[in-house]
Design a protein around this ligand. Structure first.
Ligand SMILES: *Cc1c(COP(=O)(O)O)cnc(C)c1O
Length: 404
């Protein structure tokens, strides 16, 4: 369709279902209870719904600090390339990020760099599971146990993914999920926490119950935005909407402010329907990823990210590395011109984000892996609005760019 555009990421929504679920959710907490129950597992029998993944992360870190009760442990080990919301959540919890380099081949922590980290001031380590590809979660879990620190499994992009037959988000002591705009399911803003039984769950319950409930105006605004989103994600509409000024689509700011309440029961009802449809959505995204792998694997100058053995990714996006950064800029421009929402993901390694660098106590490494990924990564859309032919179109554009 001329003028159509495939958004970089998203979840298709029916405006009618959104309205009906939202209205039903206003009247009953049944969906809230069902959604909470859907996140609990045998290992993580506690779950809470939050107004954002960032709020979820800050609350978990606060609870971890309470339980550890050791003021000297104020560092959180995070990948040197991840969403800027992660160090921002750490700062909001009054803690400091400690960066660890990643392996560009897997986007998981670089094993050598992880082994060199001094854990004496560390409270917790987080996973990232970027684009829905699970990190080496089983290994991270044993590392956290051996070093005596908490593991926060950040599944903000990996709802529906699994590693060694366990859901991403359920490794270690607590996990978080996000329902933001480009995540696996969406309520525009929202998130969830899951936790193991014990002192951490008690502290989490205390922190979450101290938060205000969602505001009426805020909830109404999110409902309105969801209706716009449900229409705007359609390729015929996104081509128009993305040109509107003031939308700030695709920006990655370092922001300390974020909605910090519990999730409204109306939005929980909207999330529940998507959560029930998640296996289907995940299968559609995985099929898109398979098509990209078949079309782009082996292309000169392109390196695909191999999912780790034993993992089933959720493919929130399809990441790959382009060998020459100069080619990447041209490639992104050509994809954009063809109506394909490819992105360069987060623009910098966290060490190169001034707000993050300012809070780091020690940074003895050069973070070559994270910097390489920042300069070379491209993400491609995997949502169900992407037609089966998109991978071949992308391949054609890659080939054309190489030839030009
Ligand atoms: C999006 C994201 C978050 C934060 O979630 P929000 O709901 O956007 O606040 C945390 N970690 C990662 C890896 C993310 O991608």
């Amino acid at each position: 369709m001329p003028g159509s555009y495939y958004a970089p990421a998203g979840s298709p929504l029916s405006p009618f279902r959104v309205s009906a679920d939202f209205a039903a959710g206003l009247l009953s907490d049944r969906a809230t209870l069902e959604l909470i129950a859907s996140f609990t597992t045998q290992g993580h029998p506690h779950a809470w719904l939050m107004s954002s993944g960032r709020a979820a992360m800050s609350v978990v870190l606060h609870a971890m600090r309470d339980v550890r009760n050791d003021a000297a442990r104020d560092e959180v080990v995070i990948p040197a390339y991840t969403c800027y919301s992660v160090p921002a959540s750490i700062e909001r919890a009054g803690l400091r990020p400690r960066l660890c380099d990643i392996d560009p081949a897997t986007l998981s922590y670089d094993e050598g760099a992880l082994a060199r980290i001094d854990f004496t001031r560390v409270l917790a380590i987080t996973s990232a599971n970027l684009y829905g590809l699970p990190n080496a979660l089983t290994q991270l879990e044993s590392l956290a146990r051996d070093r005596g620190v908490f593991l926060l499994d950040d599944a903000a992009q990996a709802m529906g993914a699994s590693a060694d037959q366990r859901p991403a988000g359920t490794f270690g002591d607590a996990g978080i999920y996000s329902f933001d705009k480009g995540k696996n399911i969406t309520t525009i803003q929202g998130g969830a926490i899951v936790s193991r039984d014990g002192a951490l769950a008690v502290a989490l319950a205390k922190h979450v119950s101290a938060l205000p409930g969602a505001g009426v105006i805020e909830t109404g605004m999110l409902a309105a935005k969801l209706l716009v989103y449900s229409l705007a994600l359609r390729p015929g509409m996104y081509g128009l909407i993305r040109r509107l000024p003031g939308l700030k689509l695709g920006l990655t700011p370092y922001e300390l402010e974020c909605p910090n309440t519990r999730l409204s029961q109306a939005l929980a009802a909207v999330a529940l329907r998507q959560r029930q449809r998640l296996p289907l959505l995940a299968a559609q995204r995985a099929a898109a990823a398979d098509r990209y792998r078949a079309a782009l694997g082996g292309l000169p100058g392109v390196r695909l990210i191999a999912p780790l053995p034993g993992t089933t990714p959720a493919w929130a996006r399809f990441p790959l590395l382009v060998e020459a950064p100069r080619d990447r800029a041209r490639l992104l421009a050509a994809l954009d011109a063809a109506g394909i929402g490819a992105t360069a993901s987060y623009p910098a390694a966290l060490i190169d984000v001034p707000e993050v660098a300012a809070r780091i106590r020690v940074a003895s490494e050069d973070f070559a892996g994270a910097r390489h990924v920042a300069a070379h990564i491209v993400t491609l859309p995997t949502h169900p609005y992407c037609p089966g032919t998109l991978a071949a179109d992308v391949r054609g554009i890659f080939e054309q760019q190489r030839g030009s």
